[in-house]
Design a protein around this ligand. Structure first.
Ligand SMILES: Cc1cc2nc3c(=O)[nH]c(=O)nc-3n(C[C@H](O)[C@H](O)[C@H](O)COP(=O)(O)OP(=O)(O)OC[C@H]3O[C@@H](n4cnc5c(N)ncnc54)[C@H](O)[C@@H]3O)c2cc1C
Length: 354
């Protein structure tokens, strides 16, 4: 198959780039290795209620996601914040009312962020979207890139956008080989949140609210280090979610023990109701090869300064582009960053195709 632009990766960056190219009348195809769209955006649905296992929030001051939510007629709501915070110290002792709900002012997406992905995918021509199609090699020759995939789908394109984490992209085979500087630059960029695991505990009602609690908790003991309300905002079902503080090396092949420790901790923080969720789901991103490589397992303590390094500019005469959120100079790492990068790349590529 021949196309002007092949997009590799059907996360938010890849899908929003496809949307922009479609609007500009360009010819494009999009390949995605997983059997689902969304990448790091992943919403688990139980009885019609959505629970985010990837991103939960967006914030004021992020213009592109703000506009996109309105344009697609999606609905947002405020992260729950009213009530006391619980704090667990390093001995396991629990204290009430320590500080404020840390995510006050953040927005959540009604139905979960998966709604955004569903709406974007529904708008795009299905015959140009290819799931279960992992790219494994790229060959540049005479202004064209020939891309081979695991499914046997082959494509020749003038431009290829690698809308996947640069570290994951560094495992692909490039002919001719990319320079050492480019490969090193790609590996040096940590993938935002790739080393994390998120646990969602689902309950029939938000029992913590009747106790005057916000659902927020901080713990120096773990296994959950930071907990927030994750209720669907429909009045049906309620949930808490937490980031697992246990290092990835201790999480590997240990899910049942981890779940038991989480139930116990939720009991210590919120009482018997807390210890008995109707469901407890863990998504460990550190072991998901479509998001993380071994280097990501350590996790990040701070948000890195992202942006496109010089060594990842103008590759293969400007025909190969890195295009995940990590390339975003202003909002890199965030959902807004994925939109920042796809918007800049769309402009660049449309300009080059003219
Ligand atoms: C637990 C967690 C919590 C987060 N919380 C927030 C938050 O609250 N707010 C916020 O703004 N951001 C948050 N983020 C970050 C946010 O999810 C990302 O910024 C955004 O989703 C990145 O989108 P992307 O399209 O750039 O990359 P990705 O979503 O990683 O998409 C890359 C795609 O490429 C695919 N792919 C990989 N290899 C191949 C291959 N060989 N061939 C074809 N396809 C391939 C992958 O399967 C994937 O679908 C969080 C992330 C995680 C994991």
């Amino acid at each position: 198959m021949n196309t002007q632009v092949l997009i590799v990766g059907g996360g938010l960056a890849g899908l929003s780039l496809a949307r922009k190219l479609q609007a500009a009348g360009c010819d494009w195809q999009l390949v995605e290795s997983r059997d689902r769209w969304g990448g790091r955006i992943l919403t688990h649905t139980i009885e019609g209620q959505g629970y985010d296992l990837g991103p939960s929030w967006f914030w004021p001051g992020q213009p592109r996601i703000d506009a996109l939510v309105d344009e697609l007629k999606l609905e947002r709501f405020d992260q729950a914040y009213r009530g006391d915070l619980m704090y667990q110290d390093e001995t396991g002792a629990v204290h009430r009312g320590q500080g404020m709900a840390s995510m006050q002012g953040s927005w959540r997406m009604l139905g979960g962020f998966g709604r955004l992905i569903d709406v974007l995918v529904a708008e795009l021509p299905a015959q140009q979207l290819h799931l279960n199609t992992a790219v494994n090699s790229l060959h540049y020759n005479e202004q064209q890139i020939i891309v081979s995939t695991s499914s046997g789908f082959q494509c020749q394109a003038s431009h290829v956008v690698l809308a996947l984490p640069p570290r994951v992209a560094s495992h692909l085979s490039f002919m001719p080989a990319l320079s050492d500087q480019s490969m090193q630059a790609a590996r040096n960029i940590p993938t935002w949140m790739a080393g994390h695991a998120k646990a969602v505990a689902i309950y029939s009602k938000a029992f913590w609210e009747t106790q005057g609690l916000s659902g927020d908790a901080m713990s120096r003991l773990g296994p959950l280090a930071e907990i927030h309300d994750a209720s669907p905002h429909t009045g049906e079902q309620a949930a808490l979610f937490g980031f697992v503080g246990t290092p990835a090396s201790h999480r590997r092949n240990n899910e049942e023990a981890l779940k038991e420790a989480i139930r116990q901790q939720l009991g210590q923080l919120f009482g018997d109701d807390g210890a008995n969720p109707t469901e407890l789901i863990i998504k460990d991103w550190a072991f998901d090869k479509n998001t993380a490589i071994d280097l990501d397992a350590e996790g990040l303590r701070h948000h890195p300064a992202y942006g496109r390094p010089k060594a990842l500019k103008n590759i293969w005469d400007g025909h190969l582009h890195f295009g995940s959120t990590e390339m975003g100079a202003q909002f890199g790492g965030f959902i807004e960053g994925a939109l920042e990068v796809s918007s800049d790349l769309a402009q660049d590529i449309i300009g080059r195709l003219k």
